[in-house]
Design a protein around this ligand. Structure first.
Ligand code: DGY
Length: 335
């Protein structure tokens, strides 16, 4: 008589975008996986259909995983895990996920350094007019060195105001100190004294007060209902005219219309943006304004980082499939 098999069935996994090759290959070994070989983002109908037809959905920031998607999942009664490829979860309706008994995981920690590097790249690029200089050279319009050519502003000695002092904010602070910036920060909770001391960081309980005092502002907090349009017309009016705004967190934290108006009016000196309010659409005024450096949401875009994100997704699925709480479960206190 044949021995009864104790092997668990492989979970049915649907992935909404192309992932690094090694990650896809490993997923195919481990799971009954459907990959998205075209890399075309799913429509809302496709997301709902996927959520109804798998145990695990691997989504990412380009998917709007809303209440309707979770309603479809709930009706089908199959989806148990949403393993997000990325750290931000503002594109996921977490309350609807909980209502549908779907566990949500993300990929924290592995993109901290890459994102902080991108923030520093923007901090250096905007005051030093890197993009303008590059365009000048490529256009064949550079006439050689001159004592008054391409002047920008010095980084060393300026005050940096960090909004959000989580992993990425702290990694930015560490780097910024190496460039001679003084570190100021606004965070819901003050950092422990030893962390604050090591970074020589000054905590501002009041965001508006900090905005009025710093030269460069970098946004490194998550996008939540509380931080939506945290920076708008009122905040731009408080900033110094020579201030620069850097955003590599989420576009929706800044009122993009108010930003364009502030830049056009010379209310602030410039902006470095990796993220936009209506990605991939960009307010056309941003393309024309001087003092603006724009990059396409590439803070975590390193081979190493994306591979590590994929490994975290796989680990979360495997631990969940083994009947344990996945390591990167979003929201505390879930069953
Ligand atoms: C994230 O992880 O949330 C990034 O924005 C995409 O890498």
């Amino acid at each position: 008589m044949a021995a009864a098999s104790t092997a668990r069935p492989r979970p049915k996994v649907i992935v909404t975008r192309r992932l690094p090759q090694a990650v896809e290959t490993r997923m195919a070994e481990l799971f009954d996986v459907t990959l998205n070989l075209t890399d075309e983002p799913f429509s809302q109908d496709q997301l709902a259909a996927a959520a109804a037809n798998c145990d695990v959905l691997v989504g990412t920031v380009t998917d709007r995983i809303d209440a309707a998607v979770f309603a479809a999942a709930r009706a089908a009664g199959r989806l148990k895990l949403l393993a997000n490829f990325g750290v931000g979860v503002d594109h996921i309706d977490l309350a609807a996920a909980r209502g549908a008994d779907v566990v949500v995981t993300n990929t924290p920690g592995v993109l901290t350094d890459d994102t902080a590097d991108m923030v520093m790249a923007l901090i250096l690029s905007v005051p030093r007019r890197l993009a303008e200089g590059e365009k000048l050279v490529r256009a064949g319009e550079w006439r050689g060195w001159s004592p008054t050519g391409m002047l920008g502003h010095r980084i060393t000695g300026k005050r940096l105001g960090i909004i959000g002092m989580g992993r990425i904010g702290r990694a930015v602070a560490t780097r910024a100190r190496g460039f001679g910036l003084t570190v100021h920060y606004h965070n819901r909770h003050r950092l422990p004294a030893e962390v604050e001391g090591a970074l020589e960081a000054t905590w501002w309980d009041n965001l508006d007060a900090m905005l009025a005092r710093v030269d460069i502002i970098t946004i490194n907090c998550p996008h939540t209902p509380d931080t939506h349009h945290l920076i708008g017309a009122k905040q731009f009016a408080l900033m110094q005219r020579q201030a620069y705004l850097i955003n590599a967190a989420r576009g929706e934290i800044v009122d993009e219309n108010a930003l364009c108006e502030a830049l056009a009016a010379g209310r602030i000196a410039g902006a470095g943006l990796d993220v936009f309010e209506n990605e991939p659409a960009i307010d056309p005024r941003l393309l024309e304004l001087p003092g603006v450096v724009l990059v396409p949401h590439m803070g975590s875009a390193t081979f190493e980082g994306r591979q590590a994100m994929g490994e975290k997704v796989i680990a979360n699925i495997r631990v969940w499939a083994d009947g344990h709480r996945p390591p990167d479960q979003v929201l505390e206190g879930w069953a």
